[in-house]
Ligand binder design. Structure first.
Ligand code: S3P
Length: 188
């Protein structure tokens, strides 16, 4: 088996790598790859919330509303920060950075990577999804365009690195993130 030189130096990366970005931008897929390469555990905030509450995301939205889901995200993030979490890859739900206090926690938790994709890719990747109640609208393309426009400044406010995944292979995006994080952690 070929040894990856980046993975060999895994101990250099002491903080966390956090992936933010809109639904369908590849946070879970890329998060899994970065976590495998670095041998860091992967925390997926959506999955953790689902496990803890014992309900799917559409059900949480339906029964308790979006604001309640946002509070669950804040509680989880606070817990990660309080536990001095390190050497983890954290893949976040697309709306987690909406609350300013969450963005502050994200910045303190580690290196924040904003994954972007164009509307066509997002639409294609999300159209068969059952886990995204906010996109269950009469015109998902219009919804995505509107939400993307609203959220640009929010992601930008907490991101250390921006990567558009549209024209990149998963392996290239993964390598880019790990190299950039290494550089960042060597400086700060
Ligand atoms: C949301 C994104 C979803 C999930 C929920 C709300 C959002 O996560 O947390 O449906 O507001 O953008 P993904 O980004 O993993 O799809």
């Amino acid at each position: 088996m070929q040894v990856d030189p980046i993975a060999e130096n895994e101990n250099d990366l002491t903080k966390n790598i956090i992936l933010v970005g809109f639904m369908g931008c590849g946070k879970s897929t890329i998060g899994r790859q970065v976590s495998l390469q670095l041998n860091y555990p992967l925390i997926d905030t959506d999955n953790l919330i689902i496990e803890r509450v014992g309900m799917g995301i559409p059900e949480i939205f339906e029964k308790h509303g979006e604001d309640h889901f946002r509070s669950l995200e804040t509680a989880l993030l606070t817990q990660l920060a309080d536990a001095d979490t390190e050497k983890q890859v954290i893949s976040t739900g697309g709306g987690l950075p909406l609350r300013p206090e969450n963005r502050a926690i994200l910045r303190n938790l580690g290196y924040v990577v904003w994954l972007q994709a164009g509307v066509d890719s997002i639409l294609e990747r999300t159209q068969s999804s059952t886990n995204r109640p906010l996109l269950k609208t009469a015109d998902p393309r219009q919804t995505i365009e509107k939400m993307l426009a609203e959220r640009q400044a929010i992601y930008s406010d907490c991101a250390d690195l921006v990567i558009n995944t549209d024209d990149l292979a998963i392996a290239d995006t993964t390598h880019g993130i790990i190299e950039s994080a290494r550089y960042y952690f060597s400086k700060y």
